[in-house]
Design a protein. Structure first.
Lengths: 572, 222
């Protein structure tokens, strides 16, 4: 196999000949139990994907209802109380049910071992356990909705959470349980990256998606326990009236805010860092260029993860912390702009003189560059002390974080979903529909959230179910935007479902990707990923060397694993 | 093709029973498990750190209240528990050593002594708690101890109950895990080639011990 030939064509064909009976990871076993109790990281990834998609759908419908209520001033079809409950549920389900677990749980699980050349994650049973903890968290949220909803917003600030209905107990439990799912996933992924890499997969040959998932996992492991103890204290406060946060019992509500944001600001990076990883993969593959500034992109993820722990106070500029801490928090908040900027510039530099193909995933990557930049820059503005006093708790903040969460994470996830769809399902989606949907989502998103930036800068406070008449036209534009975006997202759901049953069969490497899941596995991966342990001799973006080397395919040890010396190398 | 399956067969014969198929070697599996355990211990430290921060904040705000309220805790009971937990850390370390050197009897004995000492700790804790309940010292809003009716005293006892309570839950979990390991040790699951669960549970048990080493002086002594 010395000739210059794509391994994913010839070698795969030969592998298929050699292993006719096994079937890939979907066809090898079909019972319900083989899915629900599977230890295969790819199947667990799909369980996450389905659950998170349902959560996204539910929370998205809540958002559409909230926007519909705001179409006209005054009360239209929701009372103020149900409005408060709906936006709280929108936030809680989106954050804890969808956006935190979605990318690590689905794409992280599916891809991490494939990217590393491993057979599975380090602890497959723990992985399945994480999924069930997450599912239990989602179920507890549903129970809380049935018992009677809460109106605290997703932040559970005391004394709101001390006064609202008893359903807050279920929600606190839900967050606690889902938090542990997140912790165990983080531990699993960190150990997997350290200990499960294939021979030759050195740290500077890791795909950037792995670097971003690794940084995410660090944040998950270090931040989530603090959220755990915070909601546990909140839970005990309601149950035993222990009085650490509730001012009525002598407690301090500001302490709750410190505890909560010590987790929840790093959690923002749990949400966005995996998105960075996806965009790095997309831009490299669809520009057919080696990524520009590999080390800078990889280490800026780690830098963001670290700096992210030191900025929680910027949520509390107006809630009573000392002026000096506000200044320090503001300064460190500016600093986060640096690694984020490094990434954006490197992605643009990667595209320079590349042969760019504007397939759907690339459209999402380009949308990401625009939308994330808007989200990031507006973030710096609310990090400015004087400006924040004007903008705090207005629609400007809502617009800002939706540009980051929706324009950043969700757009990246959609790009990744389209990019890896052929590898996950073995089918192609309809490219024309894909491009139309990407366009609709981009337009709708800007219409929805840019108007909110304007509304906020003119003084429209967030979380109000009513507004002054002069805000009517902007609110209506925003609501129409949410419909356009909703249309685009339902279109995605539709053509992806069609593709599952009617889609064209994919080939093993439809995009010409250079990471191991494209070059070393079949159309859909085997149950144990690789026929033979890959022996890595090149970086993840050397498109000119796909299949060019014998070492790529372990041909020189044909029929056997790589030598024991290579397999037993010390993994750091 | 033929020599592939021959090689696979040979590989299967080579690999010991405890080696999971997705690991290349026992060493890799052991290293991965140990790294995972250390990461888990970090999350445990962070879980407790929230409570230590709450303690520190309220102590800085109300030092004199903390000084008065802590006199209600019996340092002799706390001291006894400290000695008991320290001894159990020694026995769990001896258990790991016994596993490494293939001394099954010593392994089983040390594991069960550890469980026994943990039980002693919980019994002492039970007497401390019931004594306070008897006096009307309940956490937070249910506080009903007439002799200490200053405003912040209930918060001290809330922090006391939460910290020692969550620590106690960790002791109970440890007792469960160590007992299960004891049963497996009797079955002969552990030997010098494979003692990962013993080592990991030992690490966990030392952490439980260390947290108590911090709790005891902070709550009982100062």
């Amino acid at each position: 196999m010395t000739q210059d030939m794509d391994r994913s064509e010839a070698a795969q064909a030969r592998d298929a000949e050699e292993h006719p009976a096994h079937g890939d990871y979907i066809t090898h076993a079909k019972s319900i139990g083989s899915w629900m109790f599977s230890l295969d990281h790819k199947r667990i990834g799909i369980l996450y994907a389905v659950t998170a998609a349902i959560a996204f759908l539910a929370a998205g419908v809540f958002a559409l209802l909230v926007r519909a209520e705001l179409l006209l001033p005054g009360e239209t079809f929701l009372s103020a109380q149900s409005y408060n409950q709906l936006f709280s549920l929108h936030g809680i389900v989106m954050v804890f049910g969808f956006i935190i677990p979605a990318i690590p749980g689905f794409l992280g699980n599916f891809l991490l071992p494939l990217h590393l050349g491993a057979k599975d994650v380090a602890f497959p049973r723990l992985n399945l356990f994480s999924y069930y903890l997450y599912l239990l968290g989602v179920i507890l949220i549903v129970v809380a909705m049935v018992v009677g909803s809460v109106d605290t917003g997703w932040t559970f600030y005391t004394p709101y959470s001390a006064r609202t209905g008893p359903a807050v107990l279920f929600l606190a439990m839900a967050v606690f349980v889902a938090g542990f799912a997140s912790i165990f996933t983080g531990i699993n992924f960190i150990v997997t990256v350290h200990k499960m890499r294939a021979p030759g997969m050195t740290w500077n040959r890791l795909p950037l998606f792995v670097w971003s998932i690794y940084s995410t996992s660090i944040v998950q492991v270090l931040a989530t326990p603090v959220l755990g103890i915070t909601v546990l204290l909140l839970f005990l406060e309601r149950l035993l009236r222990i009085g650490i946060f509730d001012p009525a019992l002598g407690g301090d509500p500001i302490l709750f805010q410190h505890f909560f944001w010590f987790y929840s600001h790093p959690a923002v990076y749990i949400m966005i860092l995996p998105g960075f990883g996806i965009v790095s993969e997309l831009i490299a593959t669809f520009s057919r260029q080696r990524i520009y500034g590999y080390t800078a992109i990889a280490l800026s993820s780690v830098a963001i993860a670290m700096l992210g722990f030191l900025v929680w106070g910027h949520h509390m500029f107006v809630s009573g912390q000392s002026a000096i801490s506000s200044i320090i928090f503001s300064l460190i908040t500016y600093l986060i702009g640096i690694p984020s900027g490094i990434k954006v510039f490197n992605w643009i530099a990667t595209m320079y003189k590349g042969s760019i193909s504007f397939k759907t995933p690339m459209l999402y990557a380009l949308s990401f560059l625009v939308l994330f930049t808007i989200g990031g820059v507006t973030g710096i503005m609310v990090g400015v002390l004087a400006v924040d006093i004007h903008l705090h708790d207005t629609y400007y903040v809502v617009g800002h974080f939706h540009y980051v969460m929706m324009g950043g994470t969700v757009i990246a996830l959609l790009g990744g979903l389209h990019y890896w769809w052929p590898k996950v399902t073995g089918r192609l989606y309809n490219e024309v529909c894909g491009q139309i949907a990407a366009f609709l989502i981009f337009v709708g998103l800007n219409l929805t959230f840019f108007t909110q930036l304007v509304l906020g800068s003119r003084g429209m406070p967030r979380r109000y179910h009513d507004y002054l008449p002069e805000f009517t036209s902007l609110h209506q534009l925003s609501t129409i935007g949410s419909w356009v975006m909703g249309l685009g997202l339902f279109l995605v759901l539709g053509y992806l479902l069609v593709s599952l049953f009617r889609g064209k069969k994919a080939t093993a490497n439809p995009w010409g990707g250079a990471t191991l899941e494209w070059t070393h596995t079949g159309v859909r991966p085997d149950p144990h990923n690789f026929h033979r342990t890959p022996f890595v001799t090149r970086g993840p973006y050397e498109f000119d060397r796909i299949g060019a080397s014998r070492s790529e395919t372990v041909e020189d040890h044909r029929g056997a694993d790589p030598p024991d010396v290579a397999l037993n190398q010390d993994r750091t | 093709m033929a020599n592939t399956s021959a090689a696979e067969q040979a590989a299967q014969e080579r690999s010991p029973a405890h080696l999971k198929h997705y690991f290349v070697s026992s060493d890799q599996q052991f290293d991965a498990a140990k790294l995972g355990m250390w990461l888990f211990l970090i999350t445990e430290v962070l879980l407790f750190s929230g409570m230590f921060v709450a303690y520190a904040v309220y102590r800085v705000w109300y030092p004199e209240v903390f000084a008065v309220a802590s006199t209600e805790l019996n340092p002799w009971m706390g001291g006894l528990n400290t000695v008991v937990l320290l001894a159990s850390s020694l026995t769990v370390a001896l258990a790991i050593r016994a596993a490494q050197t293939d001394k099954r009897r010593a392994l089983v004995v040390n594991l069960f002594i550890t469980v026994l000492l943990a039980g002693v700790f919980m019994v002492v804790k039970y007497f401390e708690y019931t004594h306070k309940f008897h006096l009307g010292i309940f956490p937070g809003g249910n506080f009903a101890y007439a002799e200490m009716n200053q405003p912040i005293v209930p918060i001290f006892f809330s922090i006391y109950y939460v910290m020692t309570g969550i620590h106690g839950v960790h002791v109970l979990v440890g007792m469960g895990v160590l007992s299960w390991l004891g049963v497996r040790a009797i079955r002969g699951d552990f030997h010098s080639g494979y003692y990962t669960p013993v080592e990991l549970s030992g690490l966990y048990w030392h952490l439980v011990d260390i947290i108590w080493i911090f709790l005891f002086p902070l709550l009982y002594l100062i």
